[in-house]
Design a protein around this ligand. Structure first.
Ligand code: NAP
Length: 264
């Protein structure tokens, strides 16, 4: 699979890792579809891409909506005639421990809000499923080479304060194995699935994290810095061209270790 001439769809493509992915693929000759929730963010990225002469469309959509998902897949096929790569970067965090105790009474003062649980599962897990399912349908019917790239996280191993997010990301890590096994079962040979599990990456998402907690985590990153979104984008480009990669989720963490040096 070549990047040049391929058609890539990126959800969450107007910020952070997704934005880096669309720009990396465009620079290497792909046509791109930028899907995101905020029209003004989409417009900014689409304009950037047009300025460098790239072929791009932007589609405002909510990845939790089945109708929106069908709409952005249709828009892709209408504009570019095929779909080769789908990267599911749309994601949110809504952190908090399941229970918080009142120090005075020793009783439960607060429970993780159902809304925090549901919104993360809806966007991160259900949104990923819907995009992968409908992208795979377009690729299977089109018959061209395809690659599905669900975005997991290093916190798939279980992060305190992220019961919602870690649960979603653990489930996403499994998707390549299950989906590719099903493709084999159903005689679908043209679509690979490779997940990416980034470590702590320099994007807007991290500004929403507890900054003290982030500082402590960075002390356990072997390379001593946050990962750049462009480094994740580069890995995704590599996954396109190395067609032996399939049915797996690749970690790119900068050597993030548990405290006292056990690698995650
Ligand atoms: P980001 O900069 O916040 O980008 C995520 C994008 O998804 C934003 O533009 C966001 O829009 C959009 N989005 C949110 N809800 C959506 C919805 N319902 N429909 C469509 N788009 C929606 O975050 P990022 O750091 O690039 O994260 C990209 C992916 O990598 C996420 O899946 C994240 O979990 C994963 N990841 C990130 C890190 C990290 O350290 N940054 C580490 C591991 C994994 P709004 O901003 O307008 O809400």
């Amino acid at each position: 699979m070549q990047i040049k001439g391929s058609v890539a769809l990126v959800t969450g493509g107007a910020s952070g890792i997704g934005e880096a992915v669309v720009k990396h693929l465009v620079r290497n000759g792909a046509k791109v579809v930028v899907v995101d929730v905020e029209q003004k963010n989409i417009d900014r990225v689409v304009n950037d891409i047009k300025e460098i002469g790239g072929e791009v469309i932007g589609v405002q959509a909510d990845v939790t909506s089945e109708a929106d998902t069908a709409r952005f897949i249709d828009a892709t096929l209408t504009s570019f005639g095929q779909l080769n790569v789908a990267v599911t970067c749309a994601g949110i965090i809504r952190d908090g421990t399941m229970l918080s105790m009142d120090k005075q009474t020793g009783k439960v003062a607060k429970k993780l809000e159902f809304e925090k649980w549901k919104s993360v599962i809806d966007v991160d897990l259900t949104g990923t499923f819907l995009t992968l399912r409908d992208a795979a349908e377009a690729m299977a019917n089109g018959g061209q080479d395809g690659l599905l790239v669900p975005i997991s996280s290093v916190n798939k191993v279980g992060q305190l304060g992220q019961l919602n997010y870690s649960s979603a990301k653990a489930a996403i890590e499994l998707m390549p194995k299950i989906i590719v096994g099903e493709f084999l079962l159903r005689g679908i040979r043209n679509i690979r699935c490779v997940g990416i599990a980034p470590g702590y990456t320099e994007t807007a998402m991290l500004t929403r994290m507890n900054q003290e907690a982030l500082k402590a985590i960075l002390a356990d990153v072997h390379i001593g810095r946050l990962i750049k979104p462009e480094e994740i984008a580069d890995m995704i480009g590599y996954c396109m061209t190395n067609t032996a990669l399939d049915a797996t989720t690749i970690e790119i963490t900068g050597g993030l270790c548990y405290p006292r040096g056990v690698a995650k």
